[in-house]
Design a protein around this ligand. Structure first.
Ligand code: ASP
Length: 466
């Protein structure tokens, strides 16, 4: 029997995970636990002794085992990817910068990369403000619906807000420069690691090639070995995707989305415009006709990374998969892919920029604050700039949200309202964040003549491995 391609396996696992999660959320209620002899399900699942669980039978224990095993599989996979993310960013960026060699070439590739990232970042933020202004998801005619908005998470909002107040554009730039490179590596500070990789790579281009070459070769070998590990690890991706998605959906269900339905729709609609119109539009326009990266080619190449971003809500954890897809499935030159994706992992967060712009406009409407044209421009600028340096972790946006809210005096405790639905929207915006890096890679690689055509890629023979 022919083996199903890995991206199909991952896609099927995702759909099954959503279905399983929804079924569990709907039908596995506290009555189900009671019928199995469990009176305090939370304690039972956590393994904390409780008198009410004394009667728990073998079925209850099996259910707990299944829940723990599922959670374990997802967490283990994420841990492996996080383990890979720091070394791969560093190794591949050093090699990429050193192999670009000539600082003029580095400047040209860097300039194009940053230009594309800024263009899409601002476009996304402007799109966010415009969509929210047009659809007005925060204007609730019925005061009862306003009162029904979830506020349960107020506590976490206070924490997120406290973290965010220390955030400013100056601080982002200052913090990007590592005081101690080993500290940056040990603490997985991606922005600092990117700076370290660029500086070290530049340093290698400036010394005697006889000394530089063995060092570059060593980094190159290490980067290659780590990417090979990613290829192997991807064989376990369907199981991990099922585990991650089913656990999240089983916990969330759909009920929480009712109160904020229009807001969620606006966010998802905006993200869809970026993913399905802006990116394929730009790659189609900006890649040559002879080697065009159109809609189908883009999605076929990037779908494993996109599904993984969706399941993990972490663009940093997805980075190894993004890089591998850009190189092995899209056909981008390794140096360019490493350079653009490494920069993108901290600089290019279009999904996050759009999201922040919508949240601020939505909350302003909810609190009855009129936004002037100037306010809209401020919000778009803040959202685009502050998306730079947002950590590529689940809920990373919340770290800077209060600063964007402050910019037009929207009370930051409004974050509590959107927290309840943040996780699923986070899954969606993370897909956009990593797709933006792939879009940049395709355009820069094609403009430098460093993008294989599908025929060349097939002849090289490794596109089919994942
Ligand atoms: N989770 C997102 C990411 O990893 C960041 C965010 O919260 O917007 O890309």
């Amino acid at each position: 029997m022919p083996k199903l391609a890995l991206h199909w396996q991952i896609l099927i696992a995702m759909v099954l995970g959503i279905v399983a999660g929804l079924l569990i959320n709907q039908y596995w209620t506290s009555e189900t636990w009671t019928s199995l002899g469990v009176g305090a399900p939370a304690e039972f699942l956590a393994g904390t002794p409780h008198d009410a669980n004394a009667q728990a039978g073998p079925l209850a224990h099996s259910a707990r085992f299944a829940a723990k095993a599922t959670d374990f599989c997802g967490k283990l996979f994420l841990r492996c990817l996080r383990f890979i993310a720091v070394p791969i960013v560093l190794f591949s960026l050093v090699v990429a910068v050193a192999s670009l060699g000539d600082p003029r070439k580095l400047g040209r590739v860097g300039g194009k990369t940053i230009g594309i990232f800024l263009l899409t970042g601002f476009t996304s933020a402007v799109l966010g403000v415009s969509l929210a202004t047009l659809t007005r998801p925060g204007v609730l005619d019925d005061p009862a619906s306003r009162d029904s908005l979830p506020r349960a998470a107020a506590q976490s909002a206070v924490v997120a807000e406290a973290g965010a107040r220390e955030y400013s554009a100056w601080k982002v730039v200052l913090d990007a420069v590592p005081e101690n490179p080993f500290h940056a590596i040990a603490n997985a500070q991606m922005l600092q690691i990117v700076v370290l990789g660029i500086v070290l790579g530049l340093g290698l281009t400036l010394i005697d090639p006889e000394k530089a070459t063995p060092v570059i070769r060593a980094f190159d070998g290490l980067a290659e070995a780590v990417l090979r590990l990613v290829q192997l690890l991807m064989h376990a991706a369907p199981i991990a995707v099922f585990a991650l998605i089913s656990t999240i959906i089983a916990g969330l269900g759909l009920a929480v989305f009712k109160a904020l339905a229009l807001y969620c729709l606006v966010v998802v609609g905006g993200l869809a415009i970026i993913l399905f119109v802006l990116y394929p539009g730009l790659t189609t326009l900006l890649t040559p006709r002879s080697n065009r990266v159109g809609f189908a080619r883009f999605f076929r190449a990037m779908s494993p990374a996109q599904i993984f971003a969706f399941s993990s809500s972490s663009s940093a954890a997805t980075f190894p998969v993004t890089l591998q897809c850009c190189r092995d499935r899209l056909g981008a030159d390794e140096g360019i892919a490493s350079f653009v994706c490494s920069l993108g992992v901290s600089f290019n967060m279009d999904g996050t920029a759009l999201y922040q712009a919508i949240v601020v406009t939505f909350l302003a409407q909810l609190y009855g604050i009129d936004m002037s044209f100037g306010d809209c421009v401020t919000v778009a600028l803040m959202a685009a700039l502050l998306s730079i340096g947002v950590p590529g972790i689940p809920g990373g946006s919340l770290v800077v949200m209060a600063v964007v809210l402050d910019s037009i005096r929207v009370p930051a405790d409004g974050i509590a309202i959107i927290l309840a639905v943040d996780r699923v929207l986070d899954m969606c915006r993370t897909v956009i964040n990593i797709s933006g890096d792939a879009m940049g890679t395709a355009i820069v690689a094609a403009s430098e003549g460093k993008l294989l055509t599908p025929a060349e890629l097939a002849a090289r023979g490794d596109s089919a491995t994942t």
